[in-house]
Design a protein around this ligand. Structure first.
Ligand SMILES: [Zn+2]
Length: 102
């Protein structure tokens, strides 16, 4: 196991579901974008395609959101939840601050 990983035992049934903001649904399908890659750009030297996940689409109504948008909405919901009352202290280091002595 890598040095900077941490295992958490989280029971999924104890976590709140993310709901579609349009219909309230809780099931989502991944949305992939597909890029055309030329032979010169390809690590194999052969032209083809690359796919990358762009977001999720609600299985109920088809509303689509990016992973970043969903993550931000979940963060907001967690921040407003009583489950976030125990906060882990942390310090944000801004660019150029790393070498400063206090
Ligand atoms: Zn929906």
């Amino acid at each position: 196991m890598a040095e900077n990983t941490m295992n958490l035992n989280i029971k999924l049934d104890e976590l709140d579901d993310y709901h579609c903001t349009e219909c309230g649904g809780i099931q989502f399908a991944p949305i992939f974008g597909i890029k055309v890659i030329g032979a010169i750009q390809s690590p194999t030297g052969r032209a083809g395609s690359l796919h990358h996940q762009m977001g999720f689409m609600c299985s109920g109504c088809g509303a689509a959101k990016t992973i970043v948008d969903i993550s931000n909405e979940c963060k907001k919901a967690a921040d407003n939840s009583a489950k976030s009352l125990i906060e882990i202290p942390y310090r944000v280091v801004t660019e150029g601050e790393e070498g400063k002595k206090e």
